[in-house]
Write a protein that binds this ligand. Structure first.
Ligand code: PLP
Length: 400
């Protein structure tokens, strides 16, 4: 096993920021009161929740902190928004989403399909960009909800949310618009008012808060049926005693993310581009799966032709490098990811596609190390590939 750890899987989860951790500590120890209790001791906890709610409001640029609901994760926010808004008004039966959403949205749509909803799944092109014309023509008077992710978790491709909102409102002003912003938070600016969205979900652990806390923005014109029914917490929208330390943590993470945004969009992007350019230059027949698409600054998805992604990951893991592939090992067969399939990534590259996702903790020396080992890893695996003839032909064509 390597004695170093190069963590390039920040779209899976991220390291907790030290300041986030410190801000949580008092509420894990001495400040343990239930924020709903009446005594002064509890007021300190309820004040901390209030303060965090203001920080999250500012992060979303929401107009009012009453529009923020604390959740346990991104999946909960996705479920609460989609199911909650449809449950409130069952008169319309048509819903739209994209083919490349996270399962936390796609599987909710599959569930709703079984409940009798008519669904449309919008295509993306080979760069992962959404077909806006198809989206526009899919919206009808019966469309209750459109759900589009802000940035894709596997490719980092950013959807033009403001434009999509305009399209939706011009076709049917009663259609609600939900945005899963789990992979956008902390990477690009978020402004729910200028984007024109009705609901937006984020997840703390993707931007340096711990796992187990998220937030959902719901504008004041949108009413949801709660998923969790019980006490009056979160103004009756999500029952359950507030997770005070984690709520404080996501509040701090929001503040830190705003402060760090410029760094993310310049330095993290520089390191991502260095990694990407370095790999594309040093490994023959490696392709950038997203082409020229607009992406979040921390993500790259590279297809290594004629190699199995899982083998690459195992070799990288032995060298102390954490990355990820879009494949899911289902029933013994390695299924390529639904995102890369929707993009029609060629079969020669789809199985060998790797996502590297950086963060503010990634350094130049991390990237130098990865660039020093990746070509050798790919060469080693290709030497064992059953596609020797194809590889030799490709090398001949490239005069290698
Ligand atoms: N949505 C997107 C785009 C994601 O990438 C993820 C997690 O990877 C989720 C939702 C689910 O978030 P969580 O793991 O916090 O439930």
């Amino acid at each position: 096993m390597a004695d170093r750890l190069i963590y390039l899987d920040n779209n899976a989860t991220s390291q907790v920021d030290e300041k986030v951790f410190e801000s949580m500590l008092p509420y894990l120890k001495e400040e343990y009161a239930n924020p709903s209790s009446m005594y002064g001791f509890a007021k300190r906890s309820s004040d901390a929740v209030k303060e965090a709610r203001v920080k999250v409001r500012d992060f979303f640029n929401a107009s009012n902190e009453k529009e923020i609901i604390f959740t346990s994760c991104g999946s909960e926010g996705d479920n609460m928004a989609i199911r909650g808004v449809l449950d409130m008004d069952k008169s319309k039966r048509h819903i739209i989403t994209t083919k490349v959403e996270h399962p936390a949205v796609l599987n909710v749509y599959k569930y709703l399909e079984k409940q009798g909803y008519k669904t449309d799944y919008i295509n993306v092109n080979s760069n992962g960009e959404l077909d806006l014309e198809q989206l526009s023509s899919a919206i009808t008077d019966d469309t209750a909800l459109v759900s589009v992710m802000y940035a894709n978790n596997e490719t980092g491709v950013i959807n033009p949310i403001q434009k999509i909102s305009e399209i939706i409102k011009s076709k049917n002003k009663n259609t609600k618009f939900f945005v899963d912003a789990v992979q956008a938070a902390g990477k690009i600016p978020i402004d729910v008012q200028s984007l024109g969205v009705d609901m937006m979900a984020v997840s703390g652990h993707k931007f340096h808060a711990p796992k187990g806390v998220g937030a959902l923005y719901v504008n004041s014109k949108t009413i949801l049926t709660p998923l969790i029914i019980g006490g009056h917490q979160e103004r009756g929208k999500r029952a359950g005693t507030e997770n005070v330390p984690y709520i404080v943590g996501i509040g701090t993470a929001c503040e830190r993310a705003t402060d760090n945004l410029k760094y993310e969009m310049t330095e993290v992007k520089r390191l991502r581009d260095k990694l990407e350019d370095g790999i594309l230059k040093s490994v023959f027949n490696a392709r950038l799966n997203t082409g020229v698409a607009n992406r979040v600054p921390n993500t790259t998805n590279i297809g290594f032709e004629y190699v199995e992604g899982e083998l690459i990951l195992l070799h990288l893991s032995d060298l102390g490098i954490c990355a990820s592939s879009g494949s899911a090992c289902t029933s013994g067969s390695l299924e390529p990811s639904h995102v890369l399939r929707a993009m029609n990534v060629p079969f020669t590259a789809i199985h060998g596609s790797i996502r590297f996702s950086l963060s503010k903790y990634t350094t130049d020396s991390d990237i130098d190390y990865v660039l020093s080992v990746v070509p050798g890893v790919i060469e080693k695996i290709r030497n064992l590939s059953p596609y020797q003839e194809e590889l030799a032909e490709l090398k001949r064509r490239k005069n290698l």
